[in-house]
Ligand binder design. Structure first.
Ligand code: HEC
Length: 226
């Protein structure tokens, strides 16, 4: 139903920000205009952020912070960027989107979504010029196309960094060079404009393409061999 990419979603989210701020602000100053206040345990169903394939778009439409990109579905981009940039870490506001490569996303969900993932939802996407397809989403059991569990790696980040690994937050490093990361970001097929690749980035891309299993291989690999 939602046809806008991230930018559209962001603008529309700004309009909804009033409502969502109340939701996101559980740990902030008490929202004055709370309409209902059900007993905490009675309604384990906080107003959920609506996230579909259409929520995601060209990675480069988001805001670059270091190697990765940050966005917000709740009009709290400045706060999300501030946490991402902080040497002291911090907790991302609900609705924050973080991406390093086009096919993997972390979205900070509403409080109570999942304690183990610190309320992050992990997504594994297929991206194409026609848009995004969600291959997998969830919390503790999302595995990327290389067989790695998102949480297993990301939970090694120092607690103050809210599961963000970056290059120096305590996670085991992944074998992606700067050229590989930039090449993947520059060639996100959902982006309307093409960006020139350096020679090194072109080579990096070739290397990644050779090493990446096609979209349906993971399913085949777990099926019975014939
Ligand atoms: C093998 C460990 C590993 C697995 C598995 C893994 N990641 Fe990461 N991820 C990392 C590391 C390390 C970085 C930082 C890379 C860098 O900047 O060099 C990272 C970076 C990211 C970032 C950018 C923010 C940050 O933490 O630096 C996002 C978003 C992300 N990963 C999402 C995912 C999602 C979603 C999955 C599962 C579908 C996933 N990752 C699986 C290790 C992993």
């Amino acid at each position: 139903m939602r046809k806008q990419g991230l930018i559209g979603a962001r603008w529309r989210a700004a309009a909804l920000a009033g409502a969502l701020t109340a939701l996101a602000g559980c740990s902030g100053p008490a929202p004055a205009a709370k309409t209902e206040a059900p007993p905490a345990a009675a309604t384990a169903q906080p107003t959920a952020l609506s996230i579909s394939a259409a929520t995601f778009g060209c990675i480069r439409d988001m805001t670059p912070v270091g190697r990765f990109y940050v966005g917000s579905l709740t009009g709290q981009l400045d706060a999300a960027v501030a946490v991402a940039q902080s040497k002291d870490g911090g907790v991302f506001p609900a609705g924050s989107i973080v991406q390093l490569v086009p096919g993997e996303v972390m979205v900070k969900r509403e409080a109570g979504f999942n304690a183990q993932t610190k309320d992050w939802e992990f997504f594994e996407l297929d991206v194409a010029p026609t848009g995004t397809t969600i291959r997998k989403r969830g919390h503790v059991d999302v595995v990327n196309r290389f067989g790695g569990n998102c949480l297993t790696c990301h939970e090694k980040a120092e607690a103050k960094f809210d599961m963000i690994c970056s290059t120096d937050h305590g996670c085991d490093p992944i074998p992606l060079t700067d050229d590989m990361i930039r090449a993947l970001q520059k060639t996100d097929p959902r982006c309307p404009t093409a960006v020139e690749l350096t020679k090194a980035e072109k080579e990096a891309l070739e290397f990644i393409r050779a090493a990446t299993p096609p979209a349906d291989d993971a399913a085949k690999a777990t099926g019975s061999p014939s």
